[in-house]
Ligand binder design. Structure first.
Ligand SMILES: Nc1ncnc2c1ncn2[C@@H]1O[C@H](COP(=O)(O)OP(=O)(O)O)[C@@H](O)[C@H]1O
Ligand SMILES: N[C@@H](CC(=O)OP(=O)(O)O)C(=O)O
Length: 256
């Protein structure tokens, strides 16, 4: 089955309104109708995580909340996105189920607010795919061996998506708020060029230099685990054309 699995990661801006959640659901449904088996990974909508950080600071002495409770609060942003998107899919007649990171098999290690993904047990996701259900997984979180939820650091949903794709032997699409990976941040540099293709190592270099579009840890994992990536915008055609392909031996080239 692995050849037909595709991991689709929707960033916060891609889920920032009811209309965008419905468009994300339509994109997933389009993949299902083409015979693919999507596994979906979501971020918290819009500025939700920033809001949760502010709310935690407001109730904590000295603005420093207890780390365990901070992680439980922060994880709710992704959980809400997952439930909303699964509900939108059900509304389109596509069976779907929201899962927390730990429920989806994402095993994390480390401390609260600073977890790292140790491994992904593919069993729960494969079981849902086998029964024709689209798993919609909360990114940015995993479960530690003691059952506690750990978040993975800001921007960590990209890492969730790539780790899941690596475990499933699948490609991973990162759906974001820019049309492609550019050679500079297109929001601050009017001359930024969209890249049609880029080598995975070049993506690591861009990400480590601060290009937020793919988290550096996700880029490093894609390189190490040979996960093919694509990056495009939430408003891109549902046909899936355009954006940036990240694959080994791709030359840096400008998008048409
Ligand atoms: N080289 C680059 N190419 C594309 N986007 C970039 C680059 N450098 C920085 N960015 C920024 O990355 C942002 C997308 O990342 P992010 O805000 O984390 O999106 P999401 O909400 O989808 O996770 C874009 O809005 C853009 O401003
Ligand atoms: N919601 C988390 C995780 C994340 O990855 O978000 P996004 O995919 O929107 O960058 C954050 O804001 O850091």
């Amino acid at each position: 089955m692995s050849g037909r699995i595709i991991v689709l990661k929707f960033g916060g801006t891609s889920l920032g309104s009811a209309g965008r959640v419905r468009r994300a659901a339509a994109r997933i449904a389009a993949h299902v109708s083409r015979g693919r088996r999507p596994v979906v990974v979501v971020s918290a909508a819009g500025r939700t995580t920033d809001l949760l950080v502010r709310r935690l600071s407001a109730v904590a002495p000295g603005g420093r909340p207890d780390a365990r409770e901070a992680d439980r609060a922060l994880a709710t942003g992704e959980d809400l996105s997952a439930a909303l998107l699964a509900a939108a899919l059900a509304g389109l007649g596509v069976p779907a189920r929201s899962l927390r990171g730990g429920e989806a098999g994402v095993r994390a290690a480390g401390e609260f607010c600073g977890g790292r993904i140790e491994r992904v047990d593919e069993g729960p996701l494969l079981a849902l795919l086998e029964s024709g259900v689209v798993p919609v997984v909360s990114g940015f979180q995993g479960a530690r061996a003691d059952g506690e939820t750990l978040t993975l650091g800001r921007g960590g949903s990209d890492t969730s998506a790539v780790a899941i794709a690596a475990a499933l032997g699948a490609e991973c699409h990162i759906i974001t708020d820019v049309s492609a990976v550019h050679d500079q941040d297109p929001r601050t540099d009017a001359d930024a060029r969209a890249l049609a293709e880029i080598d995975p190592l070049a993506l690591v270099v861009l990400a480590e230099a601060g290009a937020r579009v793919v988290h550096p840890e996700a880029a490093r994992r894609a390189l190490a685990d040979r996960v093919p990536l694509r990056v495009y915008a939430w408003w891109a055609p549902l046909s899936g054309r355009g954006g940036t392909r990240i694959r080994p031996a791709a030359a840096l080239s400008e998008a048409a």
